[in-house]
Structures are given as structure tokens and as C-alpha cells.
Design a protein around this ligand. Structure first.
Ligand SMILES: [Zn+2]
Length: 248
């Protein structure tokens, strides 16, 4: 049976039996998967801090034929994103990123660009202390790489150009509606200026966008819009999105 080495981001862990954990991982070379870490719940576990949420690690994965669950042989910490989570806003943002990953990334599908996006977003949460732009960037590129990014310039219902007034969205939206196609459910509006600023920012490397420019107005508003689209495609309510509503 092959033993494979890969980099990974720990999305979360949960208990299995008395001494073991299951780690949900987004790996660079094997895609998203779950693996059993034997003995990880012991006080003096050989995994140490490597299995903390959002840790960037190097793991050895043991593939077993005809078994769904893989086994982790070792995990070595490359970069920790643990201390930044003492800030509650950053902690929620990090948990949101992990929850969206578990819902949206297909299992065992390698996606190098998405892996690099993850690291860039975690590093900017860690170093900038800002929440809106890293999350906005994460949502935008996740939607784009998944092929879910909508046409921001036209009504998703009638196809009319939205123009300066922008568009409307609400629960279940996959894009924007015009004033005429706005229904009772669709309640939030987003202006064309905010959309333009979000698209311009997301074309740059995240680190540069944050270090070289002030956040444009409407980042939080734009983030809320993209979160709505993500939730539509995740096909269920995101726990962390509701938690961020008031705090972030
Ligand atoms: Zn319309």
C-alpha cells in the first residue's frame, strides 16, 4: 500500500475512539480528504500542534485499498495559524473558510490554485488583521475557480444590463436581479461601484492589494453578497456565516 507525502491545511478534527482523531484535510497533492490520526488525542501525541485548526502541515498518508478512511502516519507543522485566532473576528473568519472548504471542495480532487488561494487568505488574515478583504478575496476566487462566478453586469432573470443602479439579491440567488425582476424574497441591493471595486481588487495578488491600498468602501457589503452566492451553492446554511453576521 502506498504511503504518500503531501502538504495540507487542517480544516478541522474530530474525536474517534478514546485516543484517536479524524482530521479533515485539504491537501495539495491529493485534494480534500479525511484521515485517521491514531493516538492524536493522547497528551503526549507525536502530532503535537500540527493538528490545530488551519495549521499548514506536511503529512504522510497511508492509502488503504477498499477503505474510505485513510490513515495519517505523521504530521509536521509548516506554519501555524493558531495564535491569530485569539482575535474572535479572525477566528470566525478562519472557521468560515474551513466550513466553506468542507462544503464546496469536492473530495479527492487536486486543485493547486485553490490550495495557494487558501494559504494566501490565511496569511493575510494572520498578518493584516483585516477580515473583509481576505474573505472577499476567498469567496470571489472560490466561486470563480468552481465556475460559479455570475455575470455581474446583467440581470440573471431577464438578461437586461444592470447599469449604474446595480442589482438585487437574496437567499438562493446565483447572481443579481434588476429592479423589475426583484421579487419579494430578493431584498439586498449592491451598487455597480461596489462590484467594480471588488472585481478590480480581486484581480491583484491579495498581499499587494492589502499592503498597497486602503480598503475601498463597500467591502463588507460586497462580502455579504458573495457569501450569499456561496451559501446558495453550498446548498445549506453555513453555521459560521450566521455567527459572522453580528461580529464581523
Ligand atoms: Zn431582470
Amino acid at each position: 500500500m502506498p504511503l504518500r507525502e503531501t502538504e495540507a491545511i487542517v480544516l478541522r478534527t474530530y474525536r474517534l475512539a478514546e485516543a484517536d482523531k479524524i482530521a479533515s484535510l485539504f491537501t495539495r497533492q491529493m485534494g480534500r480528504l479525511r484521515a485517521v490520526a491514531t493516538g492524536a488525542r493522547r497528551t503526549k501525541s507525536r502530532y503535537g500542534a500540527a493538528l490545530e485548526p488551519l495549521s499548514h502541515v506536511r503529512v504522510l498518508i497511508f492509502e488503504r485499498e477498499h477503505r474510505d478512511l485513510l490513515r495519517m502516519n505523521s504530521a509536521e507543522l509548516i506554519e501555524s495559524f493558531f495564535d491569530m485566532q485569539k482575535d474572535y473576528r479572525i477566528q470566525l473568519a478562519a472557521q468560515y473558510v474551513a466550513e466553506v472548504a468542507e462544503r464546496m471542495i469536492p473530495e479527492r480532487e487536486v486543485n493547486e490554485r485553490l490550495f495557494r488561494l487558501f494559504l494566501a487568505v490565511l496569511r493575510s488574515l494572520k498578518h493584516s488583521g483585516e477580515v473583509n478583504r481576505p474573505l472577499l478575496y476567498f469567496d470571489y476566487w472560490l466561486l470563480r475557480l468552481a465556475g460559479f462566478l455570475p455575470d455581474f453586469e446583467h440581470c440573471q432573470n431577464c438578461g437586461r444590463a444592470l447599469g449604474d443602479e446595480g442589482g438585487y439579491y437574496g437567499p438562493g440567488s446565483e447572481g443579481l436581479n434588476c429592479e423589475t425582476c426583484r421579487t419579494g424574497v430578493i431584498g439586498q441591493s449592491i451598487s455597480s461601484q461596489v462590484i467594480a471595486a471588488l472585481r478590480a481588487g480581486c484581480q491583484k495578488p491579495l498581499e499587494r492589494w492589502i499592503s498597497e491600498e486602503m480598503a475601498p468602501p463597500g467591502c463588507r457589503e460586497a462580502r455579504r453578497f458573495l457569501e450569499e452566492l456561496i451559501e446558495t451553492h453550498a446548498e445549506r446554511k453555513l453555521v459560521t456565516r450566521a455567527m459572522m453576521e453580528e461580529a464581523v
